[in-house]
Design a protein around this ligand. Sequence first.
Ligand code: SF4
Length: 330
Amino acid sequence: MSLQKELKNKNIYQNEITKIYPQSIPREFDDYLSTFPNHHPMKKQFIPSHEEITNTNGLYDPIGDSLHSKENGIIHRYKNRLLFTPTTVCPIQCRYCFRKNELAQRDELFKASINELINYLQNHQEINEVILTGGDPLMLSNDKIETIFKNLAGLVDYIRFHTRAPVIIPKRIDNDFIQLLKSYEPHFKIISIAIHTNHPDELYPAVDECIELLKSTKVKLLSQTVLLKDVNNNLETMTSLFKNLSERGIQPYYLHHPDKVKGAMHFYLPLIEGRELYGKLRDELPGFMLPHYVIDPSNGRGKTLAYNGESLDFSGSLIDRFGNKFTYNE
Ligand code: SF4
């Protein structure tokens, strides 16, 4: 087949994929991605692959969100913590995203109602932390974030952002956002930001500048990483990532076993492989550089430690946070 024809066919195929799972990459990050060779882990995370539509395995709701979803962007899964998803918009479309089937139908910036959140919190005084996720909460304007801060001050002790924005659009962390954080620090016991990052090459100079700005506040900086086949499922990449994060003052917090996501099963790897890798990481890194390795089963029971002491043979059952043993089906 001629190269022209091959490229044309590839484009038609690509259109088929992006009709189902949209693609968007901000220009500056795209320029950065173009410096990597094809099939590099950095590209694999963001460039559509035919496997998204040819591999029909996986689940639409891989972590059982729907079992805990209330209306208007509220997810109440853990007793004293509440997830609030004020937007379905993201700075980029990660091809492996566990919410990719939900976000593929995104059509609105604000799907949540702050008034309903307040009502819910007033009726559930056991909740002391609101976790802003999405989509990506940093896709909201500073004004919208201030509205959230203003309404939550005095109602909860802790606020946490889960965001990919510092890596994808580091300029989002502008001076106004920094001032906003500083002005609301006295109103909460802890404001934390969990930065989603999967590969050491995601820590490039513009991200370093953004991290320095964040470090000028009292905000607690955490990281969350998804274990992904052919992206970071090797000891060298993982060790480098967690060392680099720690050296920058970011506490490695969560390493997520990949979810069984429809359209993203090419990133999936069996639990036993993740456990073997984590076992080696434990030898390689001091405890303070080691994130919790967790799995979110589809029955909605919530984050469960994926590496239990009783499972040193790298197989066997898991124990959920209620002390119940269960078998994880590959
Ligand atoms: S930024 Fe987060 S929520 Fe958005 S597509 Fe990426 S992984 Fe999914």
